[in-house]
Ligand binder design. Structure first.
Ligand code: F6R
Length: 607
């Protein structure tokens, strides 16, 4: 993954490229670079670390030029050093690349045999040298690029510029997204429309196998067979305004606090304005006719799918298989008749989820996506889509996207139950009413933040933390552990509380805090019994429950967080808040980079 951008215009492009890179830095932020074509050749500037390092470097040593490319990196091949930062270049060509060239080793050996000297450890550099080789053989830049593309295996998108060509930008897409922006006397490329928002809202997306030849006033696109094709130009709805942190110290904190509002927006869009019942008139999947729902997703979105399994099976009787997208797509799961595939993704670009969607479609599954970014590849490719209304999520750790996914899945499970006739109208009304209470309950739950800060102080020095829950709280325990790991770098695990005695109990001592998610549901007694088992072994428990649950356990728990009382159906939504706030405040105390934690990126467009 990585973000790429390019521009061919009648004005200086470096400032445009740098602003675009700022908007793309959610895709990777371990190094960045830009290159332009000047009257004398290729000018290039690259810097290790955050984009600001590159901005400072360019401020001291500006890069002139009306054509250029830029890159913000998430390292795959080769560490995050300046040498491995893009653009990669020879004396004739500069390239930015998002994705992975799978046969780079073989190409590298072939080029090395021709005495080509490599400057980096990246897979990308083979592209530069292959194009250069073909140009040296007498091909035009366009011919050399096409010949090179035909030799590359893997998933990639590319931007290419050439010495002596001040009005030619080539681009290609194979597997990872690439948008073309049509400006006034300017053409742009970028990994997403958000990066181009200040420059143009006229966007077209390349399809897989496409190759584009851009001049400042024209764009020609060729498909994988070399035929000239038209790709529709759409007016993008993405706002040019940079999303800001407002009064908050971090995007993550702002996004945690936005949840009552975005949950309200998401839930309202799924309800009939008159009856207040779940209302999905455009749902193309007939849940009465399918006998299995397969859910594939990654990370936090996968955990949302785990919660959904409990809801679908309980309310609609529909059998649900949930799998990590990168596993499902390679494990030859039998294709079942009358099954549908549901993918869940904030970005709509996660490569493993996208490929699971494509494989499912090829295998004949009806497909449905729950997606946050409307202009994403998955949103374009799924047969049916429900959009979460989380708005832009900038913090790398997912918060509001997760809870809006949960709300959408809850509504979808009720819809399935309704069309399958497995719940009465009365039950559906009651459950829907509980869902509608969520924004208000979340607003109340946010008041626990001060108490959570104090607890965060007590446990932020722990080396390991265990999260436990039963039923729908089991996935929420996993989500709590994932949030904590990714932003505080503390090792954490989420377990089904009943599983404790089958191994993890051996870890318990006074230095391993246990976070127990125990809303007042049918399993509360069993969960509290697990708490006693932990306490009996010297373990310190943080109990998260409502006032009644807390009252029952006050003497045993070392710490408690009190949530507003809620119906067990919606508890996964509400109980997500304290675990998000806890992870956030622990990470702040540890002094980590909360919004851009090490080694991570927001959209994972590589396998
Ligand atoms: C964790 C997190 C990741 C994403 C995962 C899938 O906080 O954000 O685990 O959930 O990379 O991303 P999307 O939802 O964009 O497919």
């Amino acid at each position: 993954m990585c973000g790429i951008i390019g521009a061919v215009a009648n004005t200086e492009v470096t400032p445009l490229l740098l602003e675009g890179l700022q908007r793309l830095s959610y895709r990777g932020y371990d190094s960045a670079g830009v290159a332009t074509i000047t009257a004398t050749g290729i000018a290039r500037s690259r810097a290790e670390g955050k984009l600001q390092n590159l901005i400072n470097k360019v401020a001291n040593d500006p890069l002139p030029g009306h054509i250029g490319i830029g890159h913000t990196r998430w390292a795959t091949h080769g560490g995050p050093t300046e040498n491995n930062a893009h653009p990669h270049a020879s004396d004739k060509v500069a390239v930015v690349h998002n994705g992975i060239i799978e046969n780079y080793q073989e190409l590298r050996e072939e080029l090395a045999a021709r005495q080509v000297r490599f400057e980096s450890e990246t897979d990308t550099e083979v592209i530069v040298h292959l194009i250069t080789h073909y140009i040296n053989q007498g091909m035009t830049p366009v011919e050399a690029s096409r010949k090179t593309l035909a030799r590359l295996h893997g998933a990639f998108s590319l931007g290419i510029i050439f010495k002596g060509e001040e009005n030619l930008l080539c681009a290609a897409r194979q597997g990872t997204p690439l948008a073309i922006g049509h400006g006034k006397d300017a053409m742009y490329i970028a990994s997403d429309a958000l990066a181009l928002a200040p420059l143009t809202n006229q966007i077209c997306y390349l399809s897989d196998g496409d190759f584009a030849v851009l001049h400042s006033s024209s764009a020609e696109i060729f498909d994988a067979s070399g035929n000239k094709v038209e790709r529709p130009i759409r007016t993008s709805a993405v706002s040019a305004a940079m999303v800001g942190k407002g009064e908050y110290r971090h995007f993550m904190l702002k996004e945690i606090h936005e949840q009552p509002e975005v949950l309200g927006d998401t839930i309202n869009a799924l309800m009939h304005p008159g009856t207040g019942a779940v209302y999905l008139p455009e749902m193309q999947i007939d849940f009465a006719k399918i006998n299995r729902l397969v859910i594939a997703a990654c990370g936090t979105a996968y955990i949302a799918g785990m919660v959904a399994k409990y809801w679908f099976e309980k309310f609609s009787g529909l059998s649900v298989e949930i799998d990590i997208a990168s596993e499902w797509r390679y494990r030859s799961a039998p294709v079942e008749k009358n099954a549908a595939m549901l993918v869940i993704s904030q970005s709509g670009e996660t490569l493993d989820t996208l490929e699971a969607l494509r494989l499912a479609k090829k295998s004949g599954y009806a497909s449905l996506g729950i997606i946050n970014v409307p202009e994403s590849t998955m949103a374009r490719e799924a047969d049916a889509v429900i959009f979460t209304k989380a708005g832009p999520e900038i913090g790398v750790a997912s918060t509001k996207a997760f809870t809006t996914q949960l709300a959408t899945l809850a509504a979808l499970a009720l819809h399935a139950a309704q069309v399958r006739g497995t719940i009465t109208a009365e039950t559906q009304r009651a459950l829907t009413a509980h869902l509608r209470e969520i924004p208000a309950l979340m607003a109340e739950a946010l008041h626990a933040e001060e108490a959570i800060k104090t607890i965060a102080y007590d446990i932020h020095t722990a080396r390991d933390i265990l999260y436990l829950g039963r039923g729908t709280m089991y996935p929420i325990a996993m989500e709590g552990a994932l949030k904590l790991k990714e932003i505080s770098y503390i090792h954490a695990e989420g377990y089904a509380a009943g599983e404790l005695k089958h191994g993890p109990i051996a870890l318990i001592d006074e230095d391993v805090p246990i976070i127990l998610l125990a809303p007042p549901d049918a399993l509360l007694d069993k969960t509290l019994a697990n708490m006693q088992e932990v306490a009996a072994r010297g373990g310190k428990v943080l109990l998260i429950s409502d006032a009644a649950g807390v009252a029952r356990a006050r003497d045993t728990a070392a710490w408690t967080i009190t949530m507003p009382a809620c119906d067990p159906f919606v508890a996964p939504l509400l109980y997500s808040l304290p675990i998000q706030m806890l992870a956030y405040h622990i990470a702040v105390l540890k002094g980590t980079d909360v919004d851009q934690p090490r080694n991570l990126a927001k959209a994972v467009t590589v396998e």
